[in-house]
Design a protein around this ligand. Structure first.
Ligand SMILES: *Cc1c(COP(=O)(O)O)cnc(C)c1O
Length: 361
């Protein structure tokens, strides 16, 4: 049986996508071999790869002056690739830090590649909630780029308003909120995301980058992290993760079928509202993030009595609800309710939360 999976990543994939991949795993479209056995340079695979890329362009309305690169190395790999590609050795970049992942990106740049200006953009407000301070997101004149993470997967903080960076390219990590709502790609210099949170299995990373930012890499940037090399070779400079790329294509088709990012945004609003409304109405749980900054896909909360954490997770597992433990740097609980999670999965979770609370009165 399938359980309810609230894992932050790798995470739930739509059942119809899993079933389709299973059905054609051993024999793809009557070719007598599976996708994972096929040359990435074959005509058949090239078609699969191009279709996935084109669908992403369509779903996100990606303008023609942006390239879409399929890579490996994860979000972490791109934390290095970004400065290697667009930070001149004598330049500097602004990092707007709103949680764990933007801090990791900042550190990667500052400790290895050059000057990074740290802007702490989250504070604890008078109500004890973590809140985004948009006024801190000011670019320093002369910056090579400004970096943000639109959804902090660990902290449960999402940015619904983009900083105005003027002519300074805005570089965004959208690993966990990609395709969860429409975004205006033309506002960004580049968008990076790992596929394993919201799209496909782990091992695939996608970079959407404005073409004028390609071709500036440092001389010693490894070829495999150089956006110009990847772009020139249609992301086939080396052997890509063919299976994850194919699975991403299936997920993109599924998104298109259910109405694209507009429809998903409505679903994600409804799902997260149900969950946060319950948490706010309860005196048993507490959410740490200010209401206006709460992630629609990673809902971070605590039991007020943390001594009950282990029992909570055990009871959840008994009822086939898994992946609710918070990230190790933060503790507490986290329910990740990405695109693939139907409303029913959130209803089941709220019912469990309520019953667990009631059983401890
Ligand atoms: C998971 C995650 C990362 C790290 O991704 P890896 O693929 O494990 O390197 C980076 N940024 C965000 C927002 C994430 O959720």
């Amino acid at each position: 049986m399938r359980v309810w999976n609230y894992s932050a990543g790798p995470s739930m994939i739509p059942e119809s996508v899993m079933a389709k991949a299973q059905a054609e795993f051993c024999d793809f479209e009557g070719l007598g071999i599976g996708i994972v056995e096929m040359s990435h340079r074959s005509a058949e695979y090239t078609k699969v790869a191009n279709e996935a890329r084109d669908l992403l362009r369509e779903l996100m309305n990606i303008p023609d002056n942006y390239s879409i690169l399929f890579e490996q190395g994860g979000g972490r790999g791109q934390f290095a690739a970004i400065p290697l590609n667009i930070l001149p050795e004598d330049g500097f970049a602004d990092y707007f830090v709103t949680g764990h992942w933007s801090r990791c990106a900042y550190k990667e740049c500052a400790e290895r590649f050059g000057k990074a200006v740290l802007h702490e953009c989250v504070f604890k407000n008078d109500d004890g909630y973590y809140e985004v301070d948009h006024s801190k997101m000011q670019v320093t004149p002369g910056a090579a780029y400004a970096y943000v993470c639109l959804n902090e997967t660990v902290n449960g903080v999402e940015l619904f308003e983009l900083p105005d960076t003027g002519d300074v390219p805005l570089i965004a990590d959208m690993s966990s909120d990609i395709l969860t709502r429409p975004v205006d790609v033309s506002k960004f210099g580049a968008i990076i995301f790992g596929a394993q949170k919201n799209v496909a299995p782990a091992g695939l990373t996608i970079t959407i980058v404005r073409k004028d930012l390609i071709g500036k890499a440092r001389k010693y940037c490894p070829s495999i992290l150089d956006w110009a090399v990847l772009d020139k070779h249609d992301s086939m400079y080396n052997t890509p993760n063919t299976f994850a790329w194919y699975m991403a294509g299936l997920a993109f088709k599924w998104i298109k079928e259910i109405g694209g990012t507009e429809a998903l945004e409505q679903r994600n609003i409804a799902k997260s509202k149900l969950l946060y409304d319950y948490l706010d109405s309860s005196d048993f749980y507490r959410c740490q993030v200010a209401p206006q900054d709460r992630s629609r896909v990673n809902c971070v909360f605590n039991l007020k009595n943390e001594d009950l954490n282990a029992e909570f997770l055990a009871k959840a597992k008994e009822q086939h609800l898994i992946g609710l433990k918070g990230h190790k740097v933060l503790g507490g609980m986290r329910a990740s309710i990405y695109n693939a999670m139907p409303l029913e999965g959130v209803e089941v979770l709220v019912k469990f939360l309520r019953e667990f609370a009631d059983s401890h009165r």
